[in-house]
Design a protein. Structure first.
Length: 437
């Protein structure tokens, strides 16, 4: 934390009963920001110190904790709340004069932006701290992106006019599906701004990796970049990761292949129908009556009646790199007229190389695949918290560098709050740690 001499200390009750100032103190206590503070203080050196670096930084953290969407709102709270000024480290003897002006915050944000790499390093340190208190963090990971709209409505035309956002652009997401009655639905979402890409632990609902891009950037290449960064920053967590899931926006044969071949992670990524119109199934290589569809469902066709029956999944054979499927007649116990002449026998093995997008180490038509994929809602809940209580929706930042700093700060506060609540309370309450109230 950014240590302030003679600052107010609080006694602890149960975590659920923490007041607002105590909640801020909890975040400041477990935020590993000393390296950043020393760097910023060294940059100021012998300059004027009317508003100390540590107090300015703590007030920005307080703005996230208390859900202030703008610097103006934060300044009004500092002018009203003397206790908050004391916790942040401002000089109480100055009264309202201790509250920095909007111009002071503008200059401080510029200084932070020039040291944003230290804020990102703080995030990675918090991830490692989470791994210390939550050893199984990262076993099931989910990846997704959320829209971060720009406060500016359009690009500014003047070079010196800061009201426009010359970095943002337009993003489009299309969602489609089929209702239970067969009707096709489609939703198109457009926004002007940026995208926050997240890798989230699906059990504890905590972010372990992030990247901010322009809204128009495609998700798949970003996923490759995040995977490399995650392996570099948190190699042990990647080694212990079993599954990584995502929606069909991440359906990329290269990503699916890379997850298993390079990192030993089983991909649980929804698949798109990229087959030609009217193509419902394909014949498995080397088999005369075993077919599969684009969703990975494997079936055998009776040689006499032509009836198609779904085969029973028998597991993944890692040493062979094959998925095993059993004869449905022998497995489920019903009659098959062509059992004696069928070439399937008791089971058939399908190599992953048959189609790497369709066939993955965790079979798409297995019950476990559906259970793991259902955990993808964890990243959606994290996105909801970031947009709501953590104020990424309706923010007042313009420009890529400011938005990236805002996202970094918000995620650091989320992890610091989680670490603090685990340490101050109990690990079995981990699922509720990300709540901000």
């Amino acid at each position: 934390m950014a240590i302030i001499a003679e600052r107010l200390l609080f006694g602890w009750k149960d975590v659920e009963e923490l007041g607002d100032l105590q909640r801020l103190d909890l975040v400041l206590k477990y935020l590993p920001d000393e390296e950043l503070m020393e760097e910023l203080e060294g940059h100021r050196d012998r300059g004027r110190n009317d508003y100390p670096v540590r107090a300015m930084w703590n007030s920005l953290v307080a703005g996230v904790v208390f859900e202030h969407r703008s610097i103006a709102s934060l300044r009004r709270e500092l002018r009203r709340n003397g206790q908050l000024r004391q916790v942040c480290g401002f000089d109480l003897l100055k009264g309202l004069a201790a509250v920095p002006s909007s111009w002071n915050y503008t200059r401080f944000l510029r200084l932070l932006i020039s040291h944003d790499w230290l804020v990102e390093r703080m995030f990675h340190r918090l991830v490692e701290r989470c791994r210390e208190v939550l050893p199984d963090l990262g076993r099931i990971l989910m990846i997704d992106g959320t829209a971060v709209s720009s406060y500016a409505r359009k690009r500014g035309k003047r070079e010196a006019d800061g009201r426009g956002d010359r970095d943002a652009d337009w993003g489009v997401h299309e969602y489609s599906g089929v209702h239970g009655d067969g009707r096709v639905w489609q939703t198109v979402k457009r926004w002007f701004g940026y995208t926050l890409h997240l890798v989230v632990d699906a059990v504890y609902e905590l972010p372990v990796g992030f990247k901010v891009t322009k809204a128009s950037r495609n998700e798949m290449p970003v996923a490759h970049e995040m995977l490399e960064e995650l392996s570099e920053e948190h190699g042990q967590m990647v080694e212990g990761c079993e599954y990584l899931g995502g929606d069909r926006g991440y359906d990329d044969g290269k990503l699916v292949r890379r997850l298993w071949d390079e990192y030993g992670i089983k991909p649980v990524i929804d698949v798109r129908d990229c087959w030609q119109d009217g193509e419902e199934s394909r014949l498995v290589s080397g088999e005369e009556n075993v077919v599969y569809d684009y969703r990975g469902e494997v079936s055998c066709v009776c040689l006499r009646t032509g009836e198609e029956r779904r085969m029973a999944y028998g597991g993944f054979e890692k040493s062979r790199g094959t998925l095993k499927y059993r004869c449905p007649a022998r497995h489920y116990g019903f009659d098959c007229q062509s059992m004696e002449e069928c070439g399937v026998g008791r089971a058939v093995r399908i190599r992953l190389e048959e189609d790497r997008r369709v066939f993955t180490p965790l079979a798409r038509d297995s019950y476990l695949w559906r259970r793991i994929y259902a955990k993808r809602t964890a990243v959606e809940r994290v996105n909801s918290r970031l947009g709501g209580p953590f104020c990424l929706e309706g923010h007042f930042f313009r420009g890529f560098s400011k938005v990236r700093l805002k996202c970094s700060l918000v995620l650091c506060v989320m992890l610091a709050l989680a670490v603090g609540r685990v340490i101050e309370k109990r690990g079995d309450l981990a699922r509720s740690l990300v709540k901000t109230a």
